[in-house]
Write a protein that binds this ligand. Sequence first.
Ligand SMILES: Cc1cc2nc3c(=O)[nH]c(=O)nc-3n(C[C@H](O)[C@H](O)[C@H](O)COP(=O)(O)OP(=O)(O)OC[C@H]3O[C@@H](n4cnc5c(N)ncnc54)[C@H](O)[C@@H]3O)c2cc1C
Length: 410
Amino acid sequence: MMDRTPVYDVVIVGAGIVGLATAHEVVCSRPHLKVALVDKEPLPARHQTGHNSGVIHSGIYYRPGSLKALLCHQGAELLTRFCEEEHIPWERCGKVVVATHAGELPRLAELLRRGVANGVPDLRLLSEAELRTIEPHARGLRALHVPSTGIVSFPRVAQALAERFRARGGNLLFKHRVTAMATHSAGIRLETPRGSLEAGVVINCAGLQADRLARLAGLAPACRIVPFRGEYYRIRRERRHLVRHLIYPVPDPRFPFLGVHFTRLVDGSLEAGPNAVLAWSREGYRKRDVNCRDIVETLGFRGFWRLVGRYWRPGVLEMVRSFSKKRFVAALRVLLPELEADDLLPGGAGVRAQAVGTNGALIDDFVIHKERAMVHVLNAPSPAATSSLAIASHIVGAVRDILAGLPRKC
Ligand SMILES: Cc1cc2nc3c(=O)[nH]c(=O)nc-3n(C[C@H](O)[C@H](O)[C@H](O)COP(=O)(O)OP(=O)(O)OC[C@H]3O[C@@H](n4cnc5c(N)ncnc54)[C@H](O)[C@@H]3O)c2cc1C
């Protein structure tokens, strides 16, 4: 009997912004290839891409020379150009990173150094008085002004990428959860509850599930995704005037998370957050969401216990802030003393896919691993949404030779 399994040159797993950008890059740069993008959900951007702060980062935080530094810089430029082409609203609103005590000043100076090294334009250290001219209600000793930071709706960008991908002949297959992968002499076979697919090249952009997908493909990645929920509050409409741009604290260099900040959204609303608490479910957006498999895997991972051993104190403080609005407000009032608890209304939450090494280290840089005819995006936390179009071209570059040698199947 004839095998009717659909055959693709390239299958991308995950219709978040990284998978969509990659699928779009493949169809644009190799229009003759047959490409499918599969996702277990019924629509794109259902996970990290649909639950984030919407900030187009400029690249001040990242170690010069790192993939994050390079791809954030390139990605922000590509993204704003894409938004212009697609008429997606975005705004270069700028941000201030505010040092509120003397101990933070050397870290602020280091951010300036990194920003300059990473090519971020127009950075300026502000005095207390200068800060007030930009953000009249913020308080701090000094601040770093980053005028190039922007805001956008990443789900809107994802939607536009999906439409362009389809328009260029790409196949978007929703409700297709990849449950198994096997490499054989002619390619890679993927199993889903809706049937099998054959692929010449597979690109794993499964975000919160990326390490599991890699293990399904036979890899033994040295890191594991540990999910961290980030919770937001919305600021009452009548108090939005307290924040003109984006206001951030100076981040703790030990953590890739940036600390609770104030973010304006493109629809004019204002949010505070996100915090970073261990999530008991990789795709659970409420405090009460629990997934037994996720818990067992996290607790069974040696790296998790080493992480707890290193950082239990800040971890406990974040948990306390998650359950106590009073503590959350107290953290925000350090930056904005006029803020009152009543100004904060319940908001949404997102879950970060943070890779942790077996030594308990929070892996800071993007991790994109090529293994024969597969690419696995094993760590793509913030600013991966900003960087997505540059990550896509990096991935396609990694499999350039394989794509060039693919036998035509369609
Ligand atoms: C709270 C928070 C705030 C953030 N703020 C910012 C910000 O301001 N700026 C910024 O640049 N970045 C930010 N980020 C980071 C950014 O959102 C992510 O880096 C980015 O969205 C990652 O995209 P992705 O495509 O890798 O993952 P995702 O968007 O999570 O997509 C992965 C996809 O894979 C699918 N999938 C998983 N397993 C399977 C399977 N077995 N079969 C089929 N499909 C599967 C999922 O359904 C999902 O659609 C933030 C993240 C969070 C959580």
